[in-house]
Design a protein around this ligand. Structure first.
Ligand SMILES: C[S@@+](CC[C@H](N)C(=O)[O-])C[C@H]1O[C@@H](n2cnc3c(N)ncnc32)[C@H](O)[C@@H]1O
Length: 372
């Protein structure tokens, strides 16, 4: 089989231009075939899709959140029989799964249909497990069967990609499917949509951003560390850090949630980050910054705080993206941070809206993932 060059990239629906630029930088011959939904792009990478995945494993993009190859296209009826139908036709046509390692089916349904992703996931997974088949691991699969059900408006797939009928002209409902290593998808979750259950006692939705960042960047918390939370109010990140056993100094002119008031492990300094820096501050294992502030100003504050971070420590910050001139602002932000930090990771997470998240380590004389 010729290696697939077709695939689906997913990004935040406000970051399509940035994700497209990342694709072009990584694969100059790539082109967008069509948008399947906002932030979901069907692309021809112009090179084997797996080669693009390998490239991005080494230097991950910031805005492309998820990628999957398209190796099979199956016309759909758009009715309740589709999941059973896909379970019958896809296994024989998709590249064989490695029976020795775990797998998961990840479906997105981007069209009107009387079924949910779960219905296709379960039907297809049971068709693929069989007696000697791979084991299902939904949370941390090593290989993934990705399925996107969508309406094609323009793209005419090559006949060898099509299974079970023909794909005519006009608006056509299809399942686009491919098998890949989870490590080649940029995320372990369908479309990069990492959802967390709401927890009892949760203070803010911002907590999800920190939880997702910890997972995506593989961050480890020190045992009983000391953390500084800049722009802490109402206290969601402080709560997450407390639950991970950290003592937290929370800096914000605003109020913290009343539920944090009686916690002796939280010290609220009701002032700005700039004022705290002038007030003989402590040193920290962790500095996090979710301040609502211009990206470059926030980077300047972080650069000034680097001296308070222990050499073994780490920092995490959200960078608010402007509506216009995003790339120059990002470039300036990175340039301000680089003398002080190694930028270990930079991603627009599922829970980031008009912002990205940076994972930073204090600088010693080492090279920088993002170019220095
Ligand atoms: C998005 S909220 C932070 C949410 C918080 N991470 C949570 O999980 O609850 C942004 C916060 O930044 C604070 N902020 C803005 N400028 C600041 C500054 N110069 N110093 C400290 N905090 C600042 C605001 O008061 C606001 O509470």
């Amino acid at each position: 089989m010729t290696p697939a060059t077709i695939g689906i990239l997913t990004c935040d629906d406000g970051s399509v231009a940035e994700a497209t630029a990342e694709l072009r930088a990584a694969a100059p011959d790539a082109h967008i075939l069509e948008a399947l939904a906002e932030g979901v792009l069907l692309v021809d990478a112009g090179r084997p899709f797996a080669a693009l995945a390998t490239h991005w494993r080494r230097t991950p993009p910031i805005f492309v959140r998820h990628m999957m190859p398209v190796q099979v296209v199956a016309p759909l009826g758009g009715h309740a029989g589709d999941p059973t139908y896909l379970a019958r036709v896809l296994p024989g046509k998709l590249p064989a799964l490695d029976a020795a390692v775990s797998f998961s089916v990840q479906t997105r349904v981007l069209m009107e249909a009387p079924y949910k992703p779960f219905d296709i996931n379960t039907a297809l997974a049971s068709a693929l497990t069989g007696e000697a088949g791979p084991t299902l691991d939904v949370r941390a699969p090593l290989q993934v069967v990705s399925v996107v059900c969508a309406v094609l408006k323009r793209w005419q797939p090559a006949p060898q990609l099509i299974v079970g009928g023909s794909v005519g002209k006009g608006r056509r409902q299809v399942a686009l499917a491919g098998v890949s290593l989870a490590a080649n998808n940029l995320s372990n979750w369908a479309g990069g949509m990492r959802r967390f259950a709401r927890e009892e006692g949760q203070i803010s939705r911002a907590e999800f951003k920190l939880l997702e960042a910890i997972e995506v960047f593989g961050i480890e918390m020190p045992a009983h560390g000391v953390a500084l939370d800049l722009g802490a109010a109402p206290g969601g990140w402080t709560r997450v850090l407390r639950r991970a056993g950290q003592y937290v100094t929370a800096i914000d002119p605003g109020d913290l949630d009343a539920r944090l008031e009686g916690d002796a492990g939280v010290r609220h300094r009701r002032m700005t980050a700039e004022q705290y820096l002038q007030s003989d501050p402590d040193s920290f294992d962790i500095i996090v910054n979710d301040m609502r502030m211009d990206a470059r100003d926030s980077a300047r504050v972080m650069a000034a705080y680097a001296k308070l971070l222990y050499p073994h420590g780490w920092a995490l910050m959200t960078v608010k993206l402007p509506e216009q001139n995003r790339q120059p602002v990002l470039d300036q932000t990175f340039a301000i941070l680089r003398p002080a930090y190694i930028i270990v990771g930079a991603r627009q997470l599922f829970h980031n809206r008009s912002e990205i998240t940076l994972f930073l380590k204090p600088k010693r004389e080492r090279s920088n993932t993002y170019g220095d």
